[in-house]
Design a protein around this ligand. Sequence first.
Ligand code: ADP
Ligand code: MG
Length: 565
Amino acid sequence: NRENLRQLLLQLDDRGYKAYRDIKGSYQFTDFTLIIDRVQGDPFATPSQIRVIAPQSVAGFPTQLYQTPAREIALRDYLTRKFDSVVKNFSSHRGTGNSGLIAITYVGQSVLERTCVFVTDKSVEVRFIVGLPGRGRSISGRQAGEMLCEDIPLIVNQALKYSSLNAKAIQDHVETVEDAEWLRQELPKRGLVAFIPDGAILPRTSGVDDRPLSDEAVPFQSPPSLRVKFTCPNRGLVTGMGIAKGVTLIVGGGYHGKSTLLRSIELGVYNHIPNDGRELVVTNPAAVKIRAEDGRSIASVDISPFINQLPQNRSTRQFSTTNASGSTSQAANIIEALEAGTELLLVDEDTAATNFMIRDRRMQQLVAKDKEPITPFIDKVRQLYTDCGVSTILVMGGSGDYFDVADIAIAMDNFQPQDVTKEAKEIALKYRTERLKEGGDKFGSINPRILLPESIDPSRGNREVKLKVRDVDEVVFGTEEIDLASVEQIAERGQLRAIAEAIVYAKRQYINGESALPEILDGVMGDIESKGLDILSNLPEGDFVKFRRFELAAALNRLRSLKVK
Ligand code: ADP
Ligand code: MG
């Protein structure tokens, strides 16, 4: 119990830091169980992993707050944020290195399923890290006792008991997420791929601060012709702009809010916290942001719908490179998204390769088709919809050639959308582009690749599995670094943590030299869906965050060692 732990820590005082490993185990406190799962080896190492499990008889959360999956995830998210704000008051420097640190996994503006908090009928469980205090290499036992035996009960009281929390804020959190989830499920019934509600605040504080821009933000206002209405389960009537299936163009002058709108749509695959400004912006969950990404590696991707007859007669049906160009990387990103099952492509001219997007009449005249390997996106975007059922939302302020292939054109004007479809179509008739159509009448089929297990190796030196994650940009996988800086729909570092483990899991369970990538993704995602993220590790980890199949595929696809059959 608590007194045993305190006594133990006092006995350890001044001994070598490694002796802390004796405290591993489970302790019964008055209100909860404290479990020490992993003990750090020195004060500078990754802090120790701790769990608190409080029975519902103590925690006291009403069932309605967690009875559906959406509500449960929202409540867990709320408690994560609450725990984070409470432990900040207790976390302090108490010696060398991380001594005195108490922290829960980092969370941003999204509401995601994470392994730091669980809520069931029986209990509330929280996983967090503690920097066990030391002076140099020796144990500060008394201070450790204060942290574990005094502070943690206070933290539990303040952060995990329903009676001490703001019931209204929790209700709002849960209901907002439920409404967003509901809206996302309604989209296909209305033939939509995205919805942006009136009043939404899309711009962010800064490029490095994802919170809403406060004062100067112009709230979103839908154009009447694109306005749709929903009656949400909690909030009731919500109006806003619906973006239908097909090809949608977002045009407008520079700095008028095009990219900001697209960015909100990209992240609309996730739910957001109340007052984020984008909490009811919802997007088809199979939406994938596509961009150019020169320098990435590509493993046997059939990019022939877009690129053919490369110099030196290199095949593009099984195109591999260690250093892709802007256009080949963008082509591969699209084909890989299709292979993984995307239903909506999101493209912004700011991050697209120009020669991949457009090729006008004059250039067609100067450089004959047999000298140009690239069939531009403009000739494929409609086929993607008619042949593959995949919609596109495209930000394009720089070329009116796209008027011919768009179903809808939305102009951003002073951060407000206007429906300019009619004008764009009239202009397209009046000023013909005289372009020649390129690349044939069919998009062609996607042949899923079969991954070779021996090409995916997480080992390094004498370690069977070596994984490390840097921010949302990079995974160290064995001896390789997977660069995910251009995979823009990764919202939290914990998603990368989980993706790294998921690759190892996939290799153990599904990558056998016979299964194609979509089956592998189905297998891993299905297991996580039915058994939870904890299947990805042996020890209970507190910093796994739910990810999508598309980001798992993106990580696999960027593994430089990857080979396919
Ligand atoms: P574009 O892609 O059309 O060039 P951006 O979306 O990059 O424009 O927006 C330009 C700037 O305007 C950014 O700093 C962005 O944060 C800001 N901004 C975007 N939308 C709004 C809005 N609704 N209210 C206020 N500022 C906005
Ligand atoms: Mg832009």
